[in-house]
Ligand binder design. Structure first.
Ligand SMILES: Cc1ncc(COP(=O)(O)O)c(C=O)c1O
Length: 461
């Protein structure tokens, strides 16, 4: 008998299958299993078609002038700014949207212009993408302390509110706290309440939403971060080359840009060695904006709103849960586990991303590149490696600091390669991996793709 729950599940699955058939038919036509949405979403057919239609009828010029073609581009950029703010429920009185090349570019804008100092530290979570970790170089140059908030063994942030309170007592000035809303390693969704907590302690907060917003709704009314960063290709697959820094006006005003470029200035005088930076978002947008692609940002956000992020979240989390449960249930013939799934055993506060390793009959990790290679022959796209997230990797793989330092040193001297580093680490202890396999889900994903990946792993017994 169909219960209300199972009825809703069937209706939702049918809707996503219909979307897959209508907008992503190239997947089945090419025999693809695509499971790397944390790497990049896939674009719906409709998005490129609608964008092409728009481009074919528009006359768009470089926005830095007053011609009709230029004004048309300026209007398009203005429309995109307003649409981005509406998408994140960010009040235009409080927030601005600065377009960048990608998430990394948006983080770089903040890192290079934040007033770090001996009394204004940078506080990062151990779970961070390297583009966030990279800010520590700016902090170090300013003599600012850098602190890391640790992860539990299940890759959730550990006791984070009280740690921040303790840290706050160690300095007078306020610093910058940066963490991801969702881990690009484990799919764990970190507590967004940390944003209000850190702000209440006087910190400025950068929320890396790159892995979160493609499949989860984010409201800046509820989560009042100072800076939010993301890339649009991760949300709807097209266009690449545009990201955004959504910034609280007051926090943006406190940044001090280390340089200027065309487009960011009201004037520059060579004679007098002076310049005047433009106000607001435009003071942070170096050079000519991607004015041809920006119209697709509006159309892509419309697409996500139409499908509905709450249902995308349910859809992707359900598939991830099924994958994790089925992988965990796989065993060798003697009952020993075939797979180690990283992150929490429960599925609470977790997005549609699963990282795992295959184990051999003696409990040793099978190198991730072997799994990747097998997947490639079956046209299964998964991601292998450390996913630019060294902190989550080191915690998940339980790196012993002395041993890791030795292997890092040896591999650097021999000419760096992650695979060589992994081999050196394995020589010393084969029960822990270096690098894993990541499967992540998006709008077009379906049960068949889960089954294909599980069958591939089962075949490695
Ligand atoms: C959580 C997170 N932050 C930042 C980035 C960097 O994004 P981009 O390469 O688009 O700059 C990524 C990319 O995978 C990510 O997953």
């Amino acid at each position: 008998m169909l219960t209300a729950d199972s009825g809703a599940f069937v209706a939702s699955s049918t809707r996503f299958e219909q979307l897959r058939a209508r907008e992503f038919s190239r997947l089945d036509a090419g025999g693809h299993t695509y499971l790397d949405y944390t790497g990049s979403a896939l674009y719906p057919d409709r998005l490129v078609a609608d964008h092409a239609t728009m481009l074919r009828s528009a006359v768009l010029g470089n926005p830095h002038s007053e011609s009709p073609a230029s004004l048309a581009s300026t209007a398009l950029i203005g429309e995109a700014r307003a649409r981005v703010l509406r998408f994140f429920e960010a009040e235009p009185d409080e927030y601005v949207a600065c377009f960048t090349a990608n998430t990394s570019g948006a983080i770089q804008l903040v890192g290079s212009a934040f007033a770090f100092g001996t009394d204004a530290p940078l506080i990062l979570s151990v779970d961070n993408h390297n583009s966030v970790n990279g800010m520590r170089e700016h902090a170090a140059r300013a003599g600012a302390p850098v602190h890391y908030l640790p992860l539990d063994a299940d890759l959730r942030l550990h006791d984070v509110a009280s740690r921040l309170e303790v840290l706050r007592q160690t300095h007078v000035g306020a610093g910058l706290v940066a963490f991801p809303a969702q881990s690009n390693f484990s799919g764990v969704q970190h507590p967004l309440a940390l944003v209000r907590k850190a702000r209440s302690l006087g910190y400025t907060v950068l929320l890396d939403a790159a892995a979160f917003v493609p499949t989860s709704p984010l409201s800046l009314r509820e989560v009042p971060a100072d800076f939010v960063v993301c890339s649009f290709y991760k949300m709807f697959g097209y266009p690449t080359g545009i990201g955004v820094l959504v910034a609280r006006r007051e926090a943006l005003h406190r940044l001090r840009r280390p340089s200027f470029a065309g487009g960011t200035v009201e004037y520059v005088s060579v004679q007098h060695g002076t310049h005047l930076l433009r106000d607001g978002a435009e003071g942070f947008e170096d050079g000519t904006a991607n004015f041809l692609a920006i119209g697709a940002v509006v159309q892509g956000l419309d697409f996500l709103d139409e499908v509905g992020l709450p249902s995308i979240k349910r859809h992707t989390s359900r598939l991830a849960r099924r994958l994790a449960d089925e992988l965990r249930a796989l065993t060798h013939r003697d009952g020993a586990p075939l797979v180690r799934v990283y992150g929490p055993d429960d599925h609470y506060d977790r997005g549609g991303t699963i990282a795992f390793n295959v184990l051999d009959g003696r409990g040793r990790v099978v190198p991730y590149d072997m799994v990747e290679r097998r997947a490639r022959t079956e046209r299964i796209s998964v991601r292998g490696g450390c996913f630019c997230n060294p902190g989550a990797s080191e915690t998940a793989f339980q790196f012993v600091p002395d041993r890791a330092a030795l292997c890092l040193d040896e591999t650097r001297r021999a000419g760096w390669s992650l695979l060589d580093f992994a081999a050196r680490m394995r020589e010393r202890d084969a029960s822990h991996g270096v690098g894993a396999v990541r499967a992540s889900f998006g709008v077009p994903s379906n049960e068949t793709e889960v089954e294909r990946l599980v069958a591939l792993v089962r075949g490695m017994r």
